[in-house]
Design a protein around this ligand. Sequence first.
Ligand SMILES: Nc1ncnc2c1ncn2[C@@H]1O[C@H](COP(=O)(O)OP(=O)(O)OP(=O)(O)O)[C@@H](O)[C@H]1O
Length: 227
Amino acid sequence: MNDLPLRLAGVERRYRSGAGELPVLRGADLTLAAGEIVALVAPSGTGKSTLLHLAGLLERPDGGEVFVDGKAAGTLSDDARTAIRRSTIGFVYQFHHLLPEFTAEENIVLPQMAAGTPRHTARTRARELLAAFGLSGREGHPPGKLSGGEQQRVAIARALANRPRILLADEPTGNLDVGTSARVFGELMEAVRGQGVAALVATHNPDLAQQMDRIVTLEAGVVVPVG
Ligand SMILES: Nc1ncnc2c1ncn2[C@@H]1O[C@H](COP(=O)(O)OP(=O)(O)OP(=O)(O)O)[C@@H](O)[C@H]1O
């Protein structure tokens, strides 16, 4: 069990508001094996983003524990959690969140340098990734001069730049038209499978979910298998 990239055990999350408490996760369990791609398909507002934020160590649960590579994240300092996030976890969001003032290549170089990779090594890796996503020749373009599909390809390349063990994606192609979404998602799957990354992908798109290894949903705050 210890070398599972990701394990959520009895994870709880409540949001406090003026009206009281909203229990969103009530003991969610989920494991991701290396190379496994899991679809998280659940109605809006049931806690998909919350689960991804907890799995990505962006927030701490109110109960339960998140294990990354067998290590309990709850006992770690914020700095230690940030270090794990940088080296081990890649994120892709519905909107690319690329830095607009930097080029496509720099957007992929910067997170590598933040994780301690020397600039020349980071540049080589960025160029390889951009080539793998069909973006050779676009290295010097800022996000504003790329199409929506190209921007999302850069965001996926950035998420994979530090060779993460875990990829967390929240509607990664939700902002793209149907054809572009299918193409970009296919490239994402190929890259994830090629690198043996464990991936958890929240999506409302049943066609994309069917292409993954397994589908889970959220019901009353717990993770339930589908099919
Ligand atoms: N910071 C917060 N403070 C208070 N309530 C929150 C907060 N974040 C999320 N919620 C509430 O928790 C519930 C779950 O939100 P979450 O964003 O995880 O759902 P989701 O399944 O990802 O939804 P969607 O598919 O619409 O993105 C929602 O009712 C939401 O309003």
